[in-house]
Design a binder for this molecule. Sequence first.
Ligand code: SF4
Length: 358
Amino acid sequence: VSLVSSRGIIRASKNPDCELLAAMALEEGNEKRFFKQLTGEEYPGEYGERNSARRRGAQFEANAHANDAARLKAALSPFIHVSPEDMVVRNFVDEFPGPINRIHAVRLHRVRRILRDLRAGRPVPHLLIQPTLALNVIDAEFGAFYISPDFLGFDPAIGMYRVGELKSFIQRDRASLDPEDLDNTRRQSAIGILALMDEAARHSLTVPEDSLALFVFSTPFGLKPADPHQERLLAEIEQIRRGVSSMRAAAARLAGMRGETDTVLANLADDLGTHYRESCVGSCLLAKRCESKDATSPARLGDNAVRVFGREDLDSVARLLAADPAELLEFQLEIRQKAQDAAAVLGMPYDDFVRMIA
Ligand code: SF4
């Protein structure tokens, strides 16, 4: 089992048609280091979670975990159907602290013992804080990755744990939450659910297909846990499955490319396919590189342009839009019609629209 950040899998799930992204998710935990290996330059500017956000998240977790997780137990009691006083907690942060690359094997072993107890009908803890699970990305023996949900809460209605995430986002109401933060949190939980399914299967246990996750965000007052809510994550689970299968395909491709000679990913990057799209900007360090590499792709004009022009290169699109319609084939006429519709929506003359693309 090797170490991978859920972050890499989340990114692969957002653009599963990009082979290079999937390869990075597999092999490169440190995206800035990879950028430097690839380009020979430091990444200019900020990237990733800000230190202030990280500190805030750590403080929120510390508050929730203090005094035998008193606040977290109180928040989760209605879901776990046990009073906070009677709730049994295993806090793996306290039980087995240490550097991130050393702790997971031990925590995974302990979680597996708990699942064995569950299978045997013995009592199990109600709440597991920062447990480790293994997600089978390529195979269970050599291609599984450690995944660490913020907590697992035992749901007696299903006789199994639910995956939960603790986030310091301030929850005034649902509308006050940042959509990107929420999307990442949902995908993170979807990874946890898939890893829990893999672990459960090892012990002949099942996780229900209802795919509910528990979220605990912060009240606006002093970084305390707000009332938890449950969400069904069917779409996110599907997206993560697509990301994982693109990582699996990338692993096979990389093995074939390396053959007998091992080499770092940066040396193979130019031969891996990319799939530039609007969301690359702001979500991938290589956005500028891919945009300029794909200089004639409609993706440079945004995802709507791809919907209108497909993956035709912009030079031929510009030629066909300016051509005499009588000379065009049916599929080219369809593209022309879509361009006319787009110009109308934008409120601009068709000729100006064509000049803009050229
Ligand atoms: S920027 Fe490039 S490497 Fe990154 S996701 Fe987009 S296409 Fe893939």
